[in-house]
Design a protein. Sequence first.
Length: 255
Amino acid sequence: MADSTIEFDHFVSILGWDAFSEAVSLQLLASSNNVVILTEEEENRTEIRGAFSEEQKDSMQVFSLHRTEYQRMQEIGLGATRSLFLNLDTDETNLITILRMKKHFPELEYMVVLSDEELEETFQSAGVTYAVSKLNISSKVLSSYLYEPDVAECTEDVLTATRNGEDYDIQQYRVTDSCPAAGESFLSVMQTLKSEHRTTPIGLEKPQGSLNKVPAPTTTVQEDDYVLLITRGSQEDGLEEYFGTQEGVLNGSNS
């Protein structure tokens, strides 16, 4: 793909490149998302593209630009991104970059992974949509492995995008106007998904509302709700047909 402008209608963006950015990119691509990667090092472009298969390259683009090149960002179409994940050298650099970028891109959703978990409130006050700590996440997984290893293994499995029909994954699907779940109770939707798609619903999110992790059986599922569920890779085609959209907020919001 040419790199003069972003050629996707719907995409997520990553600013900064390292092994962690690569891992995040691979998960996004495995979940049928388009990914735009921004690197400040021109020499990184070849390395970045070399990290992906030929098929994956059809769903990603790489741009070389500095984090202060706001005009260039506008020119390539970065303002249309669904969300921007910042993964620069330090928490301080991420914070300063977000504060400056918000003056030019106030509507974007900014996401960051923190090295210092005590800065979470600071980043949220700066307008970051999601700020999570690497230490907090890794410590929870590690401690789980120490005293309930089977639970930890299952958790790691469902948090990873499916790569084959046997993999399990936690996914979310928007209830479109063509989805038979619209107007049904959560219990009815659960029974249908279990019996017809071997899938277990675990949560429901209303538009502009909070996530209900354990919906009451009588809760009405409505159009534009998101159903969270645990499923296997082999069931994804059937689920996409049932919901009328692909998994995820990026795909669901544009169906």
